[in-house]
Design a protein around this ligand. Sequence first.
Ligand SMILES: Nc1ncnc2c1ncn2[C@@H]1O[C@H](COP(=O)(O)OP(=O)(O)OP(=O)(O)O)[C@@H](O)[C@H]1O
Length: 236
Amino acid sequence: MIQLQGVEHTYDGRGGRIRALDTTDLTVEPGEFVSIVGASGCGKTTLLRIVAGFVRASGGTVRVEGEPGFVFQRPSLYPWLSVAGNVEFGLKMRKVPRAERKATARRYLDLVGLGDFAEAAPYELSGGMQQRCQIARVLATEPSTVLMDEPFGALDALTREKLQAELSRLAAGRTVLFVTHSVDEAVLLSSRVLVMSPRPGRIVLDLPIDADRDRTRTSPAVLAAVEKVRAAVTST
Ligand SMILES: Nc1ncnc2c1ncn2[C@@H]1O[C@H](COP(=O)(O)OP(=O)(O)OP(=O)(O)O)[C@@H](O)[C@H]1O
């Protein structure tokens, strides 16, 4: 689980001080899939980076169970390693024995549909395939918490839709905190959507999504939630 108590953050930048995150309390229970949406600059990435431990908050306490996996917007694969080598990398760092490492990498590559590309180089993959590889690399270390910062932002619409559907399946049983600019994507994937507003960044809506697991873009509960979230985003 993820627990933030009184967390706040101010950047002391060249342009002056920016209160990127106002005092925030947030609890994400194990197994929840929580999305964060909001206008550019409202502090979404700052919040995610604080949870990841990349940024030390100016105030408050942060508790995260286990070491979270982080999926970046850009795939950031090691170009000198094969696709399988990239997925194995984190396991190698954890001193997982070779045979087990190979078997785990294969399992996750199959899961993301890259089983036939294990020996390929990252540059031989399309953007969507590289992003799948990054997701396999993160999931292979079996983190109980996964943090994702606009993971589909750089992809074309069709690939994005396909990966959204796959992510629902891949994320099952894990705790996910997911930053996106897409209201539709947030509602479709999440058990809960948070809307943030800028200057100072804060959570202005915390909406549970009560649609079925097999929800579609056109189901009434999804459309109603999209409308609520969109209204909150545009009023900020
Ligand atoms: N390293 C930094 N130094 C100074 N100010 C920063 C830094 N990173 C972010 N900020 C400021 O903090 C505020 C929140 O930024 P943040 O990146 O968290 O927003 P965001 O909601 O993720 O935006 P976007 O949707 O555009 O990615 C912005 O006003 C930004 O200018």
